[in-house]
Design a binder for this molecule. Structure first.
Ligand code: GDG
Length: 499
């Protein structure tokens, strides 16, 4: 085991994700300002020092000229990042189109967009062609930097075609693929025109990972029902080749949150918040402004609670941080105005001259660690720490890290987590949280009442369960488990072929 750990530590890990964890701003023809960005995957991998990791991905900027490409590549190398250059049309077709307009809603059970379901097969086909082409561009860069013995870890729905491209380059490359969203029931996946090709491409990987057993089971069912392959307890078998499929629930760097609570600036934020909300219990929601997060449903449930419990009207406040995403897409713009409208109505109904029941703060997620236009990490920790009840009502969510972060910051308050049963986190934090069906506004409203009045000993017991989970199943453990399982899978496969 020690020997194996040493091997994992020294190994080079090529992490391939659509976006690099760095934001680049061009200063002149050949100079760049770079800042580490934060986000789901970055938060997860931030605390891992065990591998010699390199990131490969798109830098988020269009760099059409050779001087720019060369200088950016050089600047990124200092941050152990390797860029994939995508032109504007590819970003439009592959990223906005196929990834975010087709795969994202489908994997969250929102179906395919109407126009694609009807007749515009041309746009669907051109988006899929661009998706494959973009994945091939990622593969070219990986192949260029790959050295024997490296582990290649591909991330998310943007790169489902990548394992196949990599194996075509080199069948011996160790390739893992992990999905951060749910993998839907095979009945949903069946509706996707490119369903078989995508499944086969993912199956080229040695190890395929999901957040939960359910997602892994859905993937195996899709392979058996759509491709007619054999599902085994270990994965999927095709003509003697086994692709290992398993659950690897992600975690957070919990120490980072626990430690932050001791910082003077976080304590100052907490003091301010406590003064501001004195005499009222604090409920909190932190979500990207995305259909999958169930923000309107959450706010409507809060309205129902206030409607049915007049005595709570001036004793509780809901702070809803909404982080805008994809603001150029009409559906997202509609969601944003819908949320504003509902919040306005409820604040008009139940607010007074001096207070309102909902504080709806639209804040962009920090694009970098020093981006001060958005709610910074310290302010977020302070908010988590002063909260009495966190409300996570995603309609579907791969895992949901906000629920983990809230638990990590609650060591002294022991607040209650109300959690959607459709978030992956429900499978790990279910025993400590109050699980709800976010579509059932009556049930969520009743759970709010239960959470606000929960006896201290029950809160303590529930919190202990969740805190133990969050502080032991960390992001570091997640990554180490995945990579060591990938190494083992490849060794076992080699032994099997020798026999
Ligand atoms: C995808 C999957 C899966 C948000 N607002 C602010 C802020 N954040 C940070 C949170 C958290 C992250 O963003 C959000 O992570 P989630 O997991 O909740 O959601 P997605 O972005 O949808 O992530 C998801 C995840 O990938 C990992 O696999 O769990 O299911 O959809 O870390 O803290 N951070 C700051 N200010 C904000 O205003 N500082």
């Amino acid at each position: 085991c020690d020997k194996q750990d040493a091997r994992v530590r020294k190994q080079r890990l090529l992490v391939v994700a659509n976006r690099l964890p760095v934001s680049a701003t061009r200063k002149s023809e050949d100079s760049w300002a770079l800042e580490i960005s934060v986000g789901g995957l970055v938060s997860a991998l931030l605390g891992i020092n065990e591998f010699e990791a390199r990131w490969i991905g798109w830098a988020g900027v269009n760099v059409p000229d050779e001087i720019g490409q060369r200088s950016l590549t050089k600047a990124l190398a200092e941050k152990r990042c390797i860029p994939v250059f995508l032109d504007e049309e590819t970003v439009h077709q592959y990223y906005n189109g196929y990834c975010n307009n087709i795969l994202w809603p489908l994997f969250h059970y929102l179906g395919l967009p109407q126009e694609d379901r009807l007749a515009t097969t041309r746009s669907f086909q051109s988006q899929f062609a661009s998706y494959k082409n973009a994945n091939q561009m990622f593969a070219d860069v990986v192949n260029e930097h790959y050295k024997e013995g490296d582990v290649v870890w591909c991330h998310d729905y943007h790169l489902m075609f990548l394992p196949r491209c990599l194996k075509e380059y080199n069948s011996k490359m160790k390739v893992g693929w992990f999905l951060h969203t749910p993998f839907p029931s095979s009945e949903i996946h069946r509706t996707l025109p490119s369903r078989s090709e995508l499944l086969r491409s993912v199956l080229a990987a040695d190890l395929v990972g999901f957040h939960t057993y359910d997602y892994a089971r859905h993937f195996v069912s899709a392979c058996t029902r759509i491709l007619g392959l054999e599902g085994t307890p270990d994965g999927v078998e095709d003509q003697g080749k086994l692709t290992r499929v398993a659950a690897f629930p992600i975690g957070i760097d919990s120490d980072r949150f626990v430690r932050a609570l001791e910082l003077p600036q976080v304590k100052d934020h907490m003091k301010e918040l406590k003064e501001r909300f004195a005499g009222r219990m604090v409920m909190l929601g932190v979500d990207r402004l995305d259909m999958i997060k169930g923000i309107p449903q959450k706010i409507l449930a809060f309205e129902k609670f206030l409607e049915e419990n007049p005595i709570w009207r001036d004793k509780v406040v809901l702070v809803q941080i909404a982080v805008p995403t994809r603001t150029d897409v009409p559906e997202y713009q509609k969601l944003s105005s819908q949320v504003h409208e509902i919040v306005g109505r409820i604040n008009g109904r139940f607010g007074s001259l001096t207070t309102v029941p909902i504080h709806h703060l639209v804040r962009s997620r920090p694009s970098t660690l020093t981006d001060d236009r958005s709610l910074d990490f310290h302010a977020l920790c302070a908010l988590y720490a002063v909260t009495d009840v966190a409300l996570v009502t995603s309609l579907r969510d791969g895992m949901n890290l906000v629920s983990y972060e809230f638990v990590a910051c609650q060591a002294s308050k022991k607040g209650v987590l109300i959690l959607s049963e459709f978030a992956g986190a429900a499978q790990s934090l279910g025993a400590g949280a109050i699980l709800v069906n976010p579509w059932n506004v009556t049930e969520v409203a009743a759970s709010i009442g239960y959470a606000l009045t929960m006896p201290a000993d029950e809160r303590e017991k529930r919190h202990r369960h969740n805190f133990t989970h969050v502080t032991t199943h960390t992001s570091q453990e997640w990554a180490e488990t995945f990579v060591s399982e990938l190494n083992d899978t490849v060794v076992e496969a080699q032994l099997r072929t020798r026999q």
